[in-house]
Ligand binder design. Structure first.
Ligand SMILES: [Zn+2]
Length: 239
């Protein structure tokens, strides 16, 4: 199990660690990581690991099958490091920060469209959420764009706290996303609150977020698509 530094502090751009193992496909496992592993619609982080005299470009980051061990996937077949070696991690921060801004923007989108979320995807310049909603006429691109930017301009803080799995099970209304299960199994779940006491959005989430909505910047709802009988796909991008 990897210590998830990215979860404690999403703003870490570099950190030291040591190599725990190299798996049979050449993936590097560290004791602690600032690299977010692909999950919940957010892509895995890229960057570099410096180990001894070698710098490994990291093409992506994924979870092992246990969903708790983070695997850094090197871009090319360099000679792999030995367990126990000291490693310095450097994140491709521009890309990750864009993911954090889009990810947080999708929480805002979720807060203004009161329907269950059935899927989503986060990119470095745009993102989307799918909603279980039968009446597409209820959604208006311009109105949604205006509402999103008002929330961005509202300077709302984003904070996190932990609750016990049992507490979440007792409050199933907190879960907005039906297809992406909140990260459970360790006995506690992280809740993300936007605005005072989460009055704008409050839901369990394992992803990376900015600290304040103003950091997201201008947004636009670019497209509302019909995907199947009940699903509406809403796309947003940086404006
Ligand atoms: Zn989130």
């Amino acid at each position: 199990m990897t210590e998830a530094l990215y979860r404690e502090d999403a703003y870490l751009q570099s950190a030291d660690a040591s190599v725990v193992a190299v798996n049979n496909r050449g993936g590097i496992v560290l004791d602690r990581s600032i690299f977010y592993p692909q999950s919940g619609g957010q892509p895995g982080d890229t960057g570099a690991l410096t180990i001894g005299d070698t710098t490994y470009q990291i093409a992506t980051t994924v979870y092992d099958s246990d969903r708790q061990t983070v695997i850094h996937v090197p871009a090319d077949g360099a000679v792999l490091p030995e367990p126990g070696a000291a490693a310095n991690q450097q994140l491709d921060w521009g890309r990750r920060h864009a993911h954090m801004r889009i990810h947080t923007a999708l929480h805002l989108l979720c807060s203004i469209i009161p329907f269950p979320v059935t899927g989503g995807q986060i990119g470095a310049g745009d993102g989307r959420l799918d909603f279980d909603i039968s009446d597409a006429g209820a959604l208006d691109k311009e109105a949604l764009t205006e509402q999103l930017n008002a929330l961005v301009d509202g300077n709302h803080s984003i904070s996190s706290s932990w609750i016990a799995d049992a507490e979440l099970e007792a409050n199933p209304d907190l879960v907005r996303t039906m297809t992406v299960k909140p990260p459970m199994g360790t006995g506690k779940v992280r809740l993300i609150a936007i605005g005072e006491a989460g009055h704008i959005d409050l839901q369990p989430c394992g992803g990376t977020h900015v600290k304040n909505t103003s950091e997201i910047g201008r947004l636009a709802v670019t497209k509302i698509e019909k995907k199947g009988k009940q699903n509406r796909r809403v796309r947003i991008s940086f404006a």
